[in-house]
Design a protein around this ligand. Structure first.
Ligand code: FPP
Length: 246
């Protein structure tokens, strides 16, 4: 009988360079089991470990995970605290693995708004993984696409005001160099779990031509097999970037 599990994608081509993920559904996963939402986030952190390991193993160069949005500050204080603790625990448990596996940690978002101990931990891990170049793990923390675009506009306006840039220099490429993702290629593939057909203020500028995959699976249940299945389907999608075929 033919196996139902998709084969491991082959790194020789058609593998996205950059995969971005909106990890949604931790709360619903917990609710379905009559558990506290925090339990859903804890199980979600295991899925984070899985996707980081798997992505590195198959040769993805950039993995961007939406871990905390600018809107998430409006959640109950206890949930925010638990998420920050989980992040510190993740850094403690994964730092050595990132070093051993040549993974560079990068943060996109308002790092200055994070609790000081979390920001210190992140800075420390970023410094220790700085020279790594097999894969970059971009964690989006206190991240919002609109804020990012507004921040880029302000930076450009400042340059124009100070005579460091001319208005005619403001092209899309120039604009993109003022985003958190200045040194990161745009995502080829954006995955969203938990079946919502929304972008939720994630990478608004960068996903102009990304292939979108929405799965009903709740993030804590997202598996390596499902990831391989999505990568196999990605391979079959034709990307034309607004052009026509030859
Ligand atoms: C969405 O689920 C998920 C989040 C707001 C946070 C994502 C966090 C993790 C996956 C765990 C920790 C992360 C790291 C990097 C260690 P939700 O709470 O919005 O779910 P719901 O829509 O079902 O309520």
């Amino acid at each position: 009988m033919k196996s139902e599990v998709p084969e491991k994608p082959d790194a020789s081509g058609h593998l996205p360079l950059h995969v971005a993920v909106i990890m949604d559904g931790n709360g619903r996963w917990a609710k379905k089991r009559m558990l506290n939402r925090v339990k859903g986030h804890e199980k979600g952190a295991d899925a984070v470990r899985m996707i980081v390991r798997t992505s590195r193993e198959i040769g993805i160069r950039h993995l961007t995970l939406f871990a905390f949005s600018t809107e998430n500050w409006q959640r109950p204080k206890t949930e925010i605290k638990a998420l920050m603790e989980l992040l510190k625990r993740f850094l403690r448990s994964e730092k050595q693995e990132m070093i051993d596996n040549n993974i560079r940690l990068n943060i996109i978002g308002e790092m200055e708004k994070l609790p000081a101990d979390v920001a210190d931990n992140l800075r420390q891990t970023m410094a220790e993984t700085d020279g790594n170049d097999a894969m970059q793990l971009n964690l989006a923390l206190s991240y919002g696409g609109r804020s990012e675009i507004a921040m880029a506009c302000a930076a450009i306006a400042r340059k124009v005001k100070n005579g460091e840039a001319d208005i005619t220099a403001i092209t899309p490429d120039f604009f993109a160099t003022h985003l958190y993702t200045a040194d990161i290629p745009d995502p080829d593939l954006l995955i969203r779990t938990s079946g919502e057909y929304r972008i939720s203020n994630f990478l608004l500028w960068q996903i102009a031509y990304s292939e979108l995959f929405i799965t009903p699976t709740l993030w804590p249940d997202f598996s390596r097999e499902e990831y391989f299945g999505i990568l196999a389907e990605y391979k079959n999608r034709e990307r034309r970037f607004g052009r026509v075929d030859d």
